[in-house]
Design a protein. Structure first.
Length: 949
């Protein structure tokens, strides 16, 4: 018998286990129940018996004990034990107990004191809390069974026998309880009898159950055997059935297979026949070529491709004459004849030719005509292949080959093992190797040795991973010469993705490299002198700082500016200026060590860095060497040029710790050298920076002042020395500084010029002066003209003449009302200014040369300028009255002005003597404190309006 989990069910074992467990349980239960009821019964019987005994003993003993108990109250245990009545009472009690089961008698007074006990030790013991005593005290009878070896709850001792004890109340005549009587009987024998009886009962039951178990076991064992037999028969029957079913199934499958094979065989035969037909059609219709079978020039059959090739629909050729098929073909002269000749000879005709489609378009085809003499006399197979694509590919190949041969880049084709398969002409031109010399070799024959292993490893890694590599590489020509090339290598893979070839395309970049070097040289060098430029100088300066910091050394920076270089440019032309710069650069370089750096910053500015000097003294020696270059005249293009230079020196680390500071401070020192009269060198001092900052602050203040209208104009009269009348007014700007009060132009004009602020300031002066003149004139105060100082910066501005014209127009003034004063140096500085002066002259504006005598203007130069007035500088006028040295100079200046047709104006006339001398010498006009100081417009008007102008 199988269970659901496959294990065989054993009925016998199952029964024996289960029934044994049940019988055991029943036996235990029966034992417990019988024992329980037996004990209860025993207790009840013992109690009844003991109570009866106790009652008898109490009734017999009480009359003797009555007085004894009543007296017991308040007595101690010892007093009680020592009581004289006690032995008598005890004898009486013991005599009563004799031949009975009573083993002890006790008597308690109502306080719970054991007044009497046959066991003398217990007399005097306190039993008030005893349960039996308490029950009897209130009139109940209480009993207890104490088994052997158990604890006596009443007596609180472990008994060595089975005892029954009972407490009985003792009442007096009136029924009041006066004492408690207790009696103990030995029930050991009785208990033994009970237990024996119980043992027999339980034993009998167990035996009966065992017998029952055995009988049932026999029945179950028999049933088990029957089941086993039946199961075996069933299994045999099952196995027989299975074998039969298997045999039948096998026979069926085989029969089926035979049938299927026959069916498949038949179908295959049919399919094959069909397939042969389809295959034939498929082959014919799916090959790229057009195929036609002809007999006696008639198409028996042809594939779709043949018709499609010529642009006909399916079936269009069948049964048609060859003319229909190859109408175009027949147009080829002599072709038909050629085909027939070949066919007659039993040969195959094959030719590539251009055929025409139905719509007239042409395509390239290969025509093959094969006779079928054996199988079909007069028959032939015509095969037409469209080879247009192949022709195009051939054309492309031809072109590629042409490109390959004619391309400017060298091309190397190698196999997968990097053996050279082909190179082009450019390869030979660049490397010097012919194709024959390199075929089968490896490109490594060009290796220069300049690239290391890592370079080539990286190249191969890129080729393997990305399929290409590009980069610059140095190779060696056949001549041994090294050259740089830009190489691009590509991996060529076949259809299976395996590398089949490598193609390297390269160009010789020697020339590009040279140009790059040139460009990079130009980026860091001055093209004129070939000296390092500012960028490179700053770079070297930064490196020098690092070195000096590391080695704790000192170095010097020299800022060199040529004095009046502009004059040479303007007067002798830029080409002379350039040559001078080159010569000076070479001569200065010659004075320096190789380790020193000389750079041109631009214009006529040079900068030199001399490392590892011991201090200012060393630097001064170098500066002397540099300035010594300029001591001798420089001969250029027939001129002997005397050039001087101003040199500013600063020292690292004393005067600056970074390139910008060092250059700036050397520049500041150079300016100091210039301000001190040029042609000298000057060391940097701390105050120069302070001065530079001051100038910066001032510059921003000037900017604000312009916006806040803090500037105002003063006017100083110009006097006609002949008539002593006011002939005009020079306009002089002042700055009403909010904190420092009124500031003279010397404090801010040069700064405004440097910063470019002079342009808006100058325009404001010009416009305000013209407006003032307009206002005066409108007011009846006819000032002949105003003379306005103009800075070179204004003149350089495009459209200055137009601006002047616009302002004059705006104010409605004729141009002759305005005189523009330009310093001699301004006029000398700008060649461009010349054109502007011409424009101003054309406008009709008067021009005067201010501070005449302080510059270097030559007579010839002045003659070219469209000026009208020469203003002799104040420094010459100062001592003319005292017959000083300047008398002759002033006389000559006045004479020169006359010669040039110009008016002469003397500046700074402070005394009548000066005025007299000037008048005597024919000077036209004068200006100075003698006639009037510069004053604001109102004061000027007040002073001169009343005078006869
Ligand atoms: N581009 C501009 N430059 C201007 C402008 N305003 C003035 N300036 C230039 O500032 C120079 C100084 O001018 P200033 O301090 O006003 O001095 C002038 C006179 O006050 C002074 N002067 C005149 N007479 C005497 C004299 O008898 N004694 C004496 N010690 N000084 C005298 O000379 C200055 C005028 O000289 P000049 O211009 O050469 O005629 C000034 O020279 C201008 O260059 C301006 O708006 N734009």
């Amino acid at each position: 018998m199988d269970t659901s989990n496959g294990k065989r069910f054993n009925l016998r074992r199952y029964y024996s286990l289960v029934s044994f467990a049940f019988i055991l349980l029943i036996a235990i239960a029966l034992g417990w129940i019988s024992h329980h009821f037996a004990v209860a019964e025993l207790l009840s019987l013992s109690e009844q018996k003991n109570v009866a005994l106790a009652t008898t003993f109490r009734n017999s003993l009480w009359p003797q004990f009555d007085q004894f108990v009543r007296k017991s109250y308040g007595l101690s245990a010892d007093s009680l034990k020592a009581s004289p009545e006690l032995p008598i009472l005890r004898n009486h009690a013991v005599s009563l107990m004799r031949d009975t089961d009573v083993v002890k008698i006790k008597l308690y007074n109502l306080d719970g004191v054991t007044v009497f006990s046959t066991d003398i030790k217990q007399i005097g013991q306190q039993k008030r809390s005893n349960g039996g005593f308490q029950a009897a005290r209130i009139g109940h009878v209480a009993s207890e069974l104490t088994h052997r070896d158990t604890f006596d709850a009443f007596e609180h001792v472990i008994e060595d026998r089975d005892l029954a004890s009972s407490y009985l109340p003792i009442q007096d005549e009136s029924g009041d309880i006066v004492a408690v009587f207790e009696l103990y009987s030995d029930i050991t024998r009785f208990v033994q009898q009970m237990e024996e009886a119980l043992f027999y009962v339980v034993g009998t039951v167990v035996l009966l159950l065992a017998a029952l178990y055995a009988v049932l076991y026999a029945v179950v064992a028999r049933a088990h055997r029957i089941i086993l037999r039946q199961r075996q028969s069933l299994e045999i029957a099952n196995s027989l059935l299975d074998t039969r079913v298997r045999e039948r199934t096998t026979a069926l499958v085989e029969a089926n297979r035979d049938l299927s094979e026959k069916i498949i065989e038949r179908r295959r035969a049919e399919e094959e026949a069909k397939l042969l037909l389809i295959e034939k059609d498929a082959i014919l219709n799916n090959i790229a070529e057009g195929v036609a079978f002809l007999c006696s020039r008639t198409v028996l059959t042809c594939n779709q491709q043949m018709e499609a090739l010529f642009g006909f629909h399916e079936g269009a050729f069948i049964g048609k004459h060859i003319n229909r098929l190859f109408g175009a073909l027949y147009r080829q002269s002599g072709l038909t004849r050629d085909i027939l000749v070949e066919l007659k000879q039993g040969s195959i005709f094959r030719r590539e030719l251009e055929l025409a489609r139905r719509d007239g378009t042409c395509f390239w085809a290969e025509l093959t005509v094969r006779p079928l003499a054996m199988d079909m006399p007069g028959g032939s197979v015509w095969v037409v292949s469209d080879i247009s694509e192949r022709k195009k590919a051939e054309e492309r190949m031809r072109l590629a080959a042409k490109v390959f041969d004619n391309t400017q880049e060298g091309v190397t084709i190698t196999d997968r093992d990097t053996q050279i398969l082909a190179v082009n002409k450019a390869f030979t031109e660049v490397t010097g190797f012919t194709e024959e010399e390199v075929l089968g070799m490896r490109p490594s024959l060009l290796q220069s040795g300049r690239q290391d292993r890592t370079f080539y490893d990286e190249m191969w890694r890129s080729l393997d991973q990305c399929g290409q590599w590009k980069g610059e590489i140095w190779n060696r020509r056949k001549s041994g010469e090294l050259y740089p090339e830009w190489l691009s290598i590509s991996t060529v893979r076949n259809d299976s993705g395996e590398v089949s070839h490598y193609v390297g395309v390269f160009s010789d970049i020697t020339e590009i490299k040279r140009s790059q070097e040139k460009v990079s040289f130009l980026a860091y060098h001055d093209p004129l002198t070939q000296l390092p430029n500012r960028l490179l100088f700053h770079d070297r300066l930064a490196q020098a700082i690092q070195r000096a910091e590391r080695e704790e050394t000192m170095f010097a920076v020299f800022f060199i500016d040529l004095d009046h270089f502009k004059n040479i440019n303007d007067s002798l032309g830029h080409h002379v200026g350039d040559r001078l710069l080159k010569t000076v650069a070479e001569q200065m370089s010659a004075q320096l060590r190789k380790a020193d750096t000389i750079a041109r910053l631009g214009g006529d500015e040079f900068i030199v860095m001399v490392e590892e000097i011991d201090g200012a003294h060393d630097a001064a020696l170098v500066a002397e060497k540099l300035t010594a270059v300029f001591q001798k005249p420089i001969a250029l293009e027939g001129h002997e040029l005397y050039v001087t230079s101003s040199v500013g020196i600063c020292l690292y680390p004393l005067d600056g710790a970074d390139p910008n500071t060092l250059v700036r401070n050397a520049d500041a020192a150079m300016y100091r050298a210039k301000n001190h009269g040029r042609n000298q060198f000057h060391f940097y001092e701390q105050e120069m920076t302070a001065y530079a900052f001051e100038r910066l602050e001032l510059e921003s203040a000037v900017r604000k002042a312009l916006a806040n209208e803090e500037f105002f104009l003063c006017y100083q009269p110009l006097i006609d020395l002949g008539t002593r009348r006011m002939s005009g007014a020079e306009v002089l700007v002042r700055w009403n500084h909010p904190e420092q009060g009124v500031l003279p132009p010397a404090r801010f004009i040069s700064l405004a010029e440097d910063s470019g602020l002079i342009v808006p300031l100058g325009e404001w002066v010009l416009r305000t002066a013209c407006r003032q003149l307009r206002a005066w004139r409108d007011d009846g105060f006819d000032v002949p003209r105003v003379a306005v100082n103009i800075s070179v910066r204004q003149l350089e501005r495009k459209g200055f003449a137009a601006l002047v014209a616009a302002i004059l127009d705006e104010c409605g003034l004729p141009a002759s009302s305005l005189e523009l004063e330009l310093t001699e140096s301004v006029l000398m500085e700008t060649e461009e200014a010349f054109e502007v002066l011409e424009e101003l002259d054309a406008l009709g504006v008067r021009l005067s040369v201010d501070d005449f005598g302080t510059g270097y203007s030559s007579l010839s130069y002045l003659k070219r300028l469209p000026v009208h007035t020469l203003k002799i500088d104040r420094s010459f006028i100062m001592d003319v009255a005292e017959h000083g040295n300047n008398q002759a100079i002033v006389r000559a200046m006045i004479a020169m002005a006359k010669t040039l047709g110009l008016e002469a104006v003397a500046e700074g006339v402070e005394s009548a003597g000066q005025a007299e001398f000037l008048t005597g010498e024919g000077c036209d006009q004068a200006q100075g404190y003698l006639f009037g100081k510069p004053v604001p417009s109102d004061a000027f008007r007040l002073a001169w309006a009343a005078a006869e102008v």
